[in-house]
Design a protein around this ligand. Structure first.
Ligand code: DQA
Length: 148
């Protein structure tokens, strides 16, 4: 069987503004710096990371539609859409790939409305509140799933 190592890293609404957002929750890392870090971690694990970010929900949905045959696993941080976008949930289900949900901040310890995730049960794991290091956890978890 061919190697399954292609990981799609999806970021949703407002994540491109990292570095400008509240450092108390999101730290000071810029979005570009986060992507560089993830690229390095992925390479160390023998994975290939491909990135997509959008502030448009329909684009996020359409990107999920197009992943068939192009990715082996998904790591996604949909931002605020996590808490209410049933459209993204349906598209993630349709993508039918192992997925890990990541949040930089500890969403369960913040406002009530952030505690709900409409994608959580579709994901093999949710990593929350670990800052950028959460993506290393996510990559490690998805690798374990793909290697199993
Ligand atoms: C976030 C948490 C969400 O509640 C928030 O809307 C974001 C970022 C996180 O990474 O902690 O935009 O997904």
């Amino acid at each position: 069987m061919s190697v399954r190592n292609r990981i799609e890293i999806l970021h949703g609404v407002n994540l491109d503004q990292l570095g400008r957002r509240n450092p108390e929750h999101y730290g000071g890392l810029t979005f570009d710096a986060l992507e560089y870090r993830i690229t390095d971690w992925a390479a160390e694990l023998g994975l290939t990371a491909r990135f997509f970010q959008t502030n448009f929900e329909g684009e996020f949905v359409e990107h999920l539609h197009k992943l068939e045959g192009l990715a082996d696993g998904i790591i996604l941080n949909p931002g605020a859409w996590t808490h209410y976008s049933w459209a993204i949930r349906d598209a993630l289900e349709l993508a039918a790939l192992p997925a890990v949900e990541v949040h930089l901040s500890d969403v369960k310890q913040r406002e009530e409305w952030r505690r709900m995730s409409v994608i959580e049960d579709l994901c093999v794991e949710t990593v929350s509140g670990k800052g950028p290091d959460g993506y290393l956890d996510a990559l490690t978890r998805i690798k374990a799933v793909l290697d199993a």
